[in-house]
Design a protein around this ligand. Structure first.
Ligand SMILES: Cc1cc2nc3c(=O)[nH]c(=O)nc-3n(C[C@H](O)[C@H](O)[C@H](O)COP(=O)(O)O)c2cc1C
Length: 333
């Protein structure tokens, strides 16, 4: 099992932190679908210290989501430490994670995110300062390196360990790769072989079989799933079940997908109000509808809607059509 400091998860499956996605609405769904650990979207250290209302609301943790990891990012030691102290004392998160992988120029220009990957000494200095200042276990999520010429994954992970970090999650891509190319699991394995703290592997786990393959071939302690869970929390459930039993549960029906999509929307409404939630749900609805035939009309409609009722009516009339078509096929067959 995965043990991070004093936090033990019930399995090795971790929901990746995803900005604009991993708020309490989706995290709770991920938890209900079996994820052993859920990670929150990244929050700026400076925004926390400026008491930015939106950023502070991103620190909210529902008891049912636990164990949960809250991620912060920053480029300067003082503000990072102060923000970590705030998270430590004022939230019921279980783990404080530091972002060392965000490739976006707006972030790396401020010496935050993936910028750290170029300097193991800075990693040591920053992580040890945070570790010394807080009680909760501190972890780091990183990429393997900045570019192909600067892959310091092993040095960087060792720096995290020396600094007192309790685990490291490794996304097998460089900063320059962004989300292109293929995640390098060999380097994830090398990191696992080089440190004694738990290592969580990440990148391109698209199926439950991929998760098992990553665990088997790299020896990592946990497997982190990001994009494959978008609109598809069944990926988490199916992976947990597959790892535990070797059996692969079937895919959900279109109606099951839409039922969960609506639970997701209702939780987002409770969190952010109807107007914001319905807009934010547009991308999620497209993910839930992915792979369903003839979904472009319903997706276009949802992109215009402003109310929950409109979204509800349009999704369920689409599903009625899908089921009628499926029944016709069965009858004709
Ligand atoms: C929409 C989106 C938002 C993301 N936001 C974050 C973030 O806030 N913090 C972070 O460490 N990684 C973030 N990531 C990276 C993911 O956590 C993960 O490392 C990456 O998607 C690779 O894993 P996957 O192949 O399973 O998707 C984000 C990825 C996506 C697609």
């Amino acid at each position: 099992m995965l043990k991070i400091g004093n936090i033990e998860t019930k399995n090795q499956v971790v929901l990746a932190p995803m900005a604009g996605v991993c708020n309490p609405a989706f995290r709770l769904i991920a938890k209900e679908f079996g994820a052993g650990l859920v990670c929150a979207e990244m929050v700026s250290d400076k925004a926390i210290l400026h008491k930015n209302e939106k950023s502070l609301s991103m620190l909210y943790v529902d008891e049912r989501e636990k164990p949960l990891s809250l991620q912060i990012f920053g480029g300067e030691k003082d503000t990072l430490v102060e923000a970590a102290k705030f998270v430590d004392k004022n939230t019921n998160a279980d783990i404080i994670d530091i972002n060392m992988g965000c490739p976006v120029p707006k972030i790396t220009k401020c010496d935050a995110g993936a910028r750290w990957l170029l300097d193991p000494n800075k990693i040591y200095e920053m992580v040890s300062a945070v570790v010394d200042a807080v009680d909760k276990p501190v972890t780091v999520k990183m990429r393997i390196g900045w570019d192909d010429e600067h892959i310091f994954a092993i040095e960087n992970a060792r720096a995290v360990e020396r600094a007192g970090g309790k685990a490291v999650a490794v996304h097998g891509r460089t900063r320059v790769q962004m989300y292109e190319g293929v995640a390098n699991w060999d380097i994830i394995r090398e990191v696992k072989e080089s440190v004694n703290i738990p290592v969580i592997g990440n990148g391109d786990v698209k199926t439950p079989e991929d998760a098992k393959h990553m665990l088997d071939t790299t020896g990592v302690d946990g497997v982190m799933i990001g994009r494959a869970a978008l609109g598809n929390p069944w990926m988490l459930y199916r992976t947990v079940h597959f790892l535990e039993t070797g059996e692969l549960p079937g895919d959900p029906t279109p109606r099951e997908k839409i039922d969960v999509c609506m639970i997701h929307l209702d939780r987002l409404i409770a969190l952010k109000g109807e107007k914001v939630a319905v807009r934010e749900m547009r991308k999620h609805a497209a993910w839930y509808l992915k792979g369903m035939r003839g979904n472009s009309v319903v997706r276009d409609q949802i992109n215009q809607f402003e109310t929950r009722d409109d979204v509800f009516n349009s999704l369920y009339s689409y599903i009625d059509e899908v089921e009628a078509r499926m029944n016709e096929i069965v009858e004709v067959g």
